[in-house]
Design a protein around this ligand. Structure first.
Ligand code: SAM
Length: 348
């Protein structure tokens, strides 16, 4: 049973957590709102040290040590309760999904979150920076109550290796660099007790590393950070809405993937895929019905924006048109964001 599950079993005021042999008594209300990681666990916990302790356990920002002085636990997410008790203010981060293009895609929950933010952290890249920034500013202009003070802090996104020998390693490297940028912004640009907003394109759960990066920062234990995720409308939802289609056929699965992975083919049992992050027109590989059977595609670029382009049909009929329109639009705007649903035609 994991630590948190065990903590939840408790009654009255006290909880008992265990990790690798360490038994720690802690106050239940703290246990419920904090994440604990038993970094090392040796024998029984004998004493606690830190901001506050009780019955041998220490919580929040503190450390627990066993009788040999070994570190037993550390709270990776100092909770508000701990902060209140210790007088230490937590920096709060709202990771807000702003929708994938149309400023009206922001949800009512997103608008409420915008109005709690003291400082917005922006980290955009290259050519699309201006456009994405415009949408973010427009969203703030439309939805933040006049007079509500807020500020923007911008940092350049670390450069990315566009032709990496090892794709996964290059993403990890990029994320580490982004974590360093976030760490600096949080340390230098916000005061204790303030709330920062990170406006994530679409929804933060979809092909976006913001949550991973903030989690990694918290795991370092260097700053007292709490965060929430507010969902947004993804490019996938925008695509389906604009084409007026359900994403899946009745009771069938849909694979969510990238152009790079689609190039390896459809996995067994999968006949529908939504493809993001495809810089190579990978759909063209499936256009020949002799090789792949009859396929159809629903393609959308710049969804939810004035530049939106929608094309759909049998892949063999529309693949070259999509290729041409995509190249033209990319040339004209200097960047493109497109997404598509590609699936085997079901003639039943
Ligand atoms: C890094 S992913 C981020 C996805 C985003 N988090 C979401 O929820 O939509 C970027 C990819 O999303 C897709 N995308 C995002 N916005 C789009 C839009 N407005 N129109 C078409 N595709 C879009 C493109 O495939 C783009 O390469």
């Amino acid at each position: 049973m994991d630590t948190v599950a065990r903590l939840h079993q408790l009654g009255d005021n006290l909880a008992v957590g265990s990790g690798g042999g360490a038994e720690v008594a802690i106050e239940e209300e703290i246990a419920l709102s904090a994440r604990f990681v038993f970094s090392v666990a040796f024998g029984d916990m004998r004493e606690g040290s830190g901001d506050h302790s009780r019955r041998g356990g220490t919580l929040g920002l503190g450390k627990g040590v066993d009788s040999h002085g070994n570190l037993l636990q550390r709270c990776h997410w100092p909770c508000k309760f701990c902060a209140a008790k210790t007088g230490q203010a937590v920096k709060k981060i709202l990771i807000i999904g702003i929708g994938a293009g149309d400023p009206d895609y922001i949800t009512a929950q997103g608008i409420k979150a915008l109005n709690q933010v003291d400082v917005f952290f922006l980290m955009d890249k290259g050519r699309i920076k201006g456009k994405l920034r415009d949408v973010r500013e427009e969203i703030c202009r439309r939805h933040i109550v006049p007079g509500r003070p807020h500020r923007f802090v911008e940092a350049p996104s670390p450069p990315r290796d566009l032709k990496p020998a090892d794709y996964r390693a290059s993403v990890d490297e990029l994320n580490e660099a982004k974590q360093a940028v976030f760490a600096a912004m949080i340390a230098d640009e916000m005061k204790d007790g303030e709330t920062a907003g990170i406006l994530v394109w679409g929804d933060p759960m979809l092909y976006d590393s913001t949550i991973r990066n903030i989690d990694a920062l918290i795991a370092t234990g260097r700053q007292a950070i709490d965060y929430e995720v507010i969902p947004g409308i993804t490019a996938v939802q925008a695509l389906a809405a604009r084409h007026r289609i359900p994403l899946n056929r009745i009771a069938e699965p849909v694979l969510l993937t990238t152009g790079r992975r689609l190039a390896e083919g459809f996995p067994d049992g999968i006949t529908s895929a939504v493809v993001l992050l495809d810089g190579e027109d990978t759909f063209e590989r499936f256009a020949d019905p002799q090789l792949h059977g009859e396929m159809e595609i629903y393609w959308g670029a710049y969804l939810g924006t004035p530049d939106e382009i929608l094309i759909s049909g049998r892949l063999k009929d529309v693949a070259s048109e999509i290729h041409r329109r995509r190249a033209e639009a990319r040339q004209r705007n200097g960047w493109i964001m497109d997404t598509y649903l590609i699936r085997k035609v079901n003639d039943d």
